[in-house]
Design a protein around this ligand. Structure first.
Ligand SMILES: [Fe+2]
Ligand SMILES: [Fe+2]
Length: 264
């Protein structure tokens, strides 16, 4: 059987970390101390990262490709020009717009890198996991899909700096829908007499507590709290949910299907 081409999110994430730390280096360095070599290195890492995200966006038919690309397409040519100017600068000539390098690096970071990290990577992740996550019980699968969509919605609202009111609306909906889903599963566990129901229910409770904890990040309302909230939703909530489906939900669904017969 020929090997199927798969999307490699962890490689993309690693490449993101590399570019991100190079960019951060440029942002943190005073303009007159930025070295041509560092900028060159940063630009070529950025160009490679762009090629890689392009490839991934094409292979998963990512719908917001132009939004992701616009950030980098706007700034990369300018950054390349500045690199040339910087070479001249180190060749002994002065340039007026040295501080533009830092400004552009900051813009690229905000407009492009963060979008890739919090929009594209979770999207590809959900595509990657979609097959593995299918349990075979139609209602459970539909509800899982909807919950991932709500989490994505939350992430994009945070990225677009929606009002707190708007965020609360999505959060309330997420909590409400999570209860609907967990109640549905617990009802099925009851019906089939699933023996590990108590442990499973307590995992559900943990997740509801985790969603409620989002409040503690919102209080700050500054940039670092936005970054923290995104990390929390993407790394903690999403990851918890994926693990729960792969282990606990699968276990109960298998039991349920054996007891009650396949639904689909
Ligand atoms: Fe579930
Ligand atoms: Fe569950």
């Amino acid at each position: 059987m020929s090997e199927k081409k798969t999307l490699n999110v962890s490689t993309l994430s690693k490449s993101f970390d590399d570019v991100s730390s190079l960019m951060q280096g440029i942002i943190d360095t005073p303009p007159e101390k930025i070295k041509t070599k560092e900028l060159k290195h940063c630009i070529s890492a950025l160009e490679n990262f762009k090629k890689y995200t392009d490839l991934l966006m094409d292979s998963c038919a990512y719908k917001n490709k132009s939004t992701i690309n616009s950030g980098i397409e706007k700034y990369l040519p300018d950054l390349n020009n500045l690199q040339l100017e910087l070479e001249v600068y180190y060749g002994g000539k002065n340039i007026k717009n040295l501080s533009q390098i830092k400004q552009l690096a900051e813009k690229i970071y905000d407009d492009y890198l963060l979008k890739v990290k919090y929009e594209l990577i979770p999207y590809i992740n959900s595509r990657m996991f979609s097959r593995k996550l299918i349990t075979g019980v139609r209602i459970i699968d539909a509800q899982h899909k909807a919950l991932f969509t709500f989490m994505d919605k939350f992430v994009s609202r945070v990225i677009n700096e929606s009002s707190n009111e708007d965020l609360e609306k999505v959060q309330r909906f997420l909590i409400k829908y999570t209860h609907i889903h967990f109640n549905e599963e617990e009802k099925l566990m009851e019906e089939s007499g699933y023996p590990r129901k108590r442990a499973h229910k307590s995992e559900h409770k943990d997740f509801v507590d985790m969603i409620e904890k989002i409040d503690r990040f919102k209080e700050g309302g500054n940039e670092s709290s936005i970054d923290e909230i995104l990390r929390y939703i993407y790394f903690d909530l999403n990851q918890w949910f994926i693990n729960h489906i792969l282990k606990s939900d699968r276990d109960f669904v298998e039991f349920h299907k054996n007891r009650m017969g396949d639904e689909d």
